[in-house]
Design a protein around this ligand. Structure first.
Ligand SMILES: [Zn+2]
Length: 185
């Protein structure tokens, strides 16, 4: 479930409930289950907004994993191992109109388009592979951390690995899913 916590004054709790907010008795907080809430507008006054500065993190997690897969290089056609960060629970930035706030996610995901990295996470990745580094993508017109072919050093961009069905991190068959191995970071 993806959720957004709310700061609801006690006197407004019935109103929040009526609009669809849920009560987390363990953490004593009202929240929105984003799978059932389609309109954030009525809740905006209870959502804690933040100011996002340039280079501030947009994803936070207490723990991370590294996903390994294999890809046939678009350039030399040889197989190369490729890696990505995999998160089971994380907070991510959510933007609604001009309002910015954190959302909690617990649907596991493989992260793409990583522009900035916590040094610890980068070091963990560097222990596993020497071919993951910050580089320029003509396709995305930006720099981000990407894989490079083990054989010919060609860039293996995230769109190629994550968005093309059947490729390393976009499996469509059981066999393709089984190519992915998850390691604790
Ligand atoms: Zn290659």
């Amino acid at each position: 479930m993806n959720r957004i916590d709310l700061k609801v004054p006690y006197v407004q709790k019935d109103q929040a409930k009526q609009l669809g907010a849920r009560w987390d008795g363990e953490n004593k907080v009202w929240y929105l289950d984003m799978e059932v809430i389609s309109d954030l507008e009525p809740f905006l006054r209870w959502i804690v907004h933040i100011e996002l500065e340039e280079n501030d993190p947009t994803i936070k997690s207490n723990e991370f994993f590294i996903a390994k897969s294999v890809q046939s290089c678009w350039k030399c056609k040889k197989n190369t191992r490729v890696y990505s960060f995999y998160l089971e629970e994380y907070d991510s930035i959510h933007v609604h109109d001009d309002k910015v706030f954190w959302m909690q996610n617990d649907l596991p995901t493989i992260i793409e388009g990583v522009e900035f990295l916590n040094p610890e996470a980068l070091e963990a990745m560097e222990v596993v592979t020497g071919s993951y580094s910050n580089d320029y993508s003509k396709f995305a017109r930006s720099r981000y951390y990407m894989n490079h072919c083990e054989n010919c050093k060609a860039k293996q961009g995230d769109f190629f690995l994550h968005c093309e069905p059947g490729n390393a991190f976009c499996p469509v068959t059981k066999d393709e899913v089984e190519r992915i191995t998850i390691y604790r970071g």
